[in-house]
Write a protein that binds this ligand. Structure first.
Ligand SMILES: [Zn+2]
Length: 330
């Protein structure tokens, strides 16, 4: 066993079987992502793509990789503009990329953006697999509280390259973000059709299925859990920054995706998420009894469509809010 002092001195814990020289390996890892960050700073995404392992590149060019990155292309003009930003291309040039080139360049754009995080972070843990072919790096940025990030690299020749699993993981993150965004869009569509917000997320299932063909469109692709929905208690007057949908649990690296009432998706670390959630639930909890009283009073006299709306949307929405408040330990 290596002396503890040496491990601390390296600021890295390497699981057995150990590297021949952990300090050298950490240096090699650091130089791999420094090069990544440099190529990103130089705006050279093709070079960034050169930091993917052979396996990662093959995956991006495979049917699975192409299918995974295809939905990120976007169909609306806004989506295309967002995509072009990641690709660091003009929307016109972005729209002309072949599927393979698109997947590779998109992954490079995301990887490069993550590389900026790497360059500001401190290694807290390096975990290697049995054959030392894969390494997982956990990082922290002391200046930013609870910030955490995970990266996995594969051994290739004498150096380290971004692993296939990480490249696939990246796309999953974006998938969760896209999905949660889609659900947000369908919430707005639902309101414009029925003039009410859905009482339960399940009421969106049909329109989401029709639009995306994904029967799990209400579930985070990383967690497999259904997103949590906060029924907009103030209807159209709900503040645009109110959390409306969010990941039921944090992802493996401690982040959650959420959608604000305005439809904006956000990617939050757990501490930030909890702060916003507590604040929003306080407001909801304070307003709930008054709204409940009004809905119940309206129900006494309502009939036909109005009664059905109050029952299907408002009563279910309020019950949903009560159970979220209970679940979140308020
Ligand atoms: Zn998620």
């Amino acid at each position: 066993m290596r002396p503890l002092a040496l491990i601390l001195c390296l600021a890295a814990i390497v699981a057995a079987p150990a590297f021949a020289d952990p300090a050298e390996e950490e240096k090699a890892l650091r130089s791999a992502w420094d090069a990544l960050a440099k190529d990103f700073a130089a705006n050279d995404l093709d070079k960034v793509a050169g930091h993917f392992s052979k396996e990662a590149t093959a995956w991006l060019e495979s049917a699975e990789g192409l299918a995974a990155y295809k939905p990120l292309r976007g169909t609306s003009e806004d989506e295309l503009k967002g995509t072009a930003r990641v690709l660091r291309l003009e929307p016109e040039a972005a729209s002309k990329l072949e599927p393979g080139a698109f997947a590779k360049r998109y992954a490079a754009g995301l990887a490069a953006w993550k590389a900026e995080e790497l360059s500001k972070s401190r290694v807290v843990k390096v975990r290697a697999d049995g054959e030392l072919r894969m390494v997982e790096v956990q990082l922290e940025r002391p200046s930013e509280g609870d910030y955490r990030a995970h990266f996995t690299f594969s051994r290739e020749g004498d150096g380290w390259k971004l692993s296939k699993s990480w490249v696939a993981h990246l796309h999953e993150y974006v998938s969760c973000c896209n999905l949660v965004y889609q659900v947000g869009i369908h919430l707005a569509l639902f309101e414009s059709k029925f003039k009410e917000y859905p009482g339960e997320l399940g009421q969106l299932k049909e329109s989401l299925m029709a639009a995306t063909g994904n029967e799990n469109a209400l579930k985070c692709p990383l967690l497999g859990d259904e997103y949590v929905y906060l029924f907009p208690l103030e209807g159209d007057m709900t503040p645009p920054g109110r959390l409306t949908l969010y990941d039921r649990k944090p992802h493996a690296d401690g982040t959650r995706l959420a959608v604000m009432f305005a439809g904006t998706p956000v990617w939050l670390d757990e501490a930030q998420f909890q702060e916003w959630l507590r604040k929003d639930l306080d407001v909801i909890q304070a307003k709930l009894p008054e709204v409940e009283k009004k809905v119940k009073a309206d129900l006494e006299t309502a009939d036909g469509q109005k009664k059905a709306n109050l029952e299907n949307y408002w009563m279910k929405g309020l019950t949903g809010l009560r159970s979220v408040i209970k679940r979140e330990g308020k």
